[in-house]
Design a protein around this ligand. Structure first.
Ligand SMILES: Cc1cc2nc3c(=O)[nH]c(=O)nc-3n(C[C@H](O)[C@H](O)[C@H](O)COP(=O)(O)O)c2cc1C
Length: 227
């Protein structure tokens, strides 16, 4: 597959066929993904392939709990988990928690996470992460840039082999539970739970903003950069 086509058409896949994913194929995917860039080439990632049904269920529960919070935010009309959320936003979302629970559907992705063909948990060694914004007095996110390209590489490598999937961060909201389930050392954080499998269907017409909607010349308020 052409790289350009892959970049333009790799959408999230959350529904999978029952076809199992061969371990050797998963190894190949990780073997390709490992060429992702990272700050200082520190490669702070650590991947756990979760086979165990009890662990999968527990991770699924941690995910689902956070998913209900996500839906509660949407019901409250606030951006889910924005670092700039006000106290009012938080209270409004909390107020919708029961309504969010009532919206749960048994066959949803969040509700059936334990059954995905491949469950990868991508963890991060915070001790070697290059987080250049760590001393700024604002929400810090630069460290993620050393991990999520790797996660995205997993998804692209999967796509090129006929698989699909999605990177998720929902369960990180309940990271302490994951630390216990996966027996993570103290300096590790959870970047993503990645679902992979053979897609039931694939959507390739992605909805994204145009370049000139998010690119300007010289200053933030400068003229839009157009073709
Ligand atoms: C950092 C990050 C976190 C995400 N977390 C979740 C998640 O927790 N659960 C989920 O179902 N999708 C998650 N997604 C997938 C996004 O919902 C998806 O990329 C976006 O809606 C665009 O969908 P599309 O590529 O299918 O058009 C995440 C994506 C990214 C990049």
């Amino acid at each position: 597959m052409e790289l350009s086509e892959a970049l333009r058409t790799t959408g999230s896949v959350r529904e999978f066929t029952a076809r199992p994913v061969d371990g050797a194929l998963l190894y190949e995917i990780l073997d390709e993904a490992r060429f992702a860039p990272s700050g200082g080439n520190r490669q702070a990632w650590r991947v756990i392939v979760v086979h165990d049904a009890t662990q999968r269920r527990a991770i699924g529960e941690a995910y689902l709990d956070a998913w209900h919070d996500y839906v509660a935010h949407l019901l409250a009309g606030v951006v889910p988990f924005s670092p700039l959320a006000s106290d009012e936003d938080r209270v409004a979302a909390e107020g919708q928690r029961a309504a969010a629970l009532a919206k749960s559907r048994p066959d949803g992705f969040a509700e059936t996470l334990a059954e995905i063909p491949v469950m990868l948990v991508v963890c991060v060694d915070l001790g070697v992460l290059a987080a250049t914004d760590r001393d700024l007095d604002r929400y810090q996110f630069a460290g993620g840039a050393s991990i999520y390209p790797f996660v995205w590489n997993i998804l692209l490598a999967a796509r090129s082999r006929g698989l699909g999937g999605v990177m998720t961060t929902m369960a990180t909201r309940n990271e302490p539970r994951l630390v216990e389930i996966l027996d993570l050392p103290a300096n590790y954080a959870v970047a993503s739970v990645v679902a992979l499998g053979y897609p039931q269907r694939r959507h390739t017409k992605l909805t994204r903003k145009s370049v000139s909607e998010f690119t300007t010349i010289d200053t933030f308020g400068g003229a839009p950069f157009t073709s």
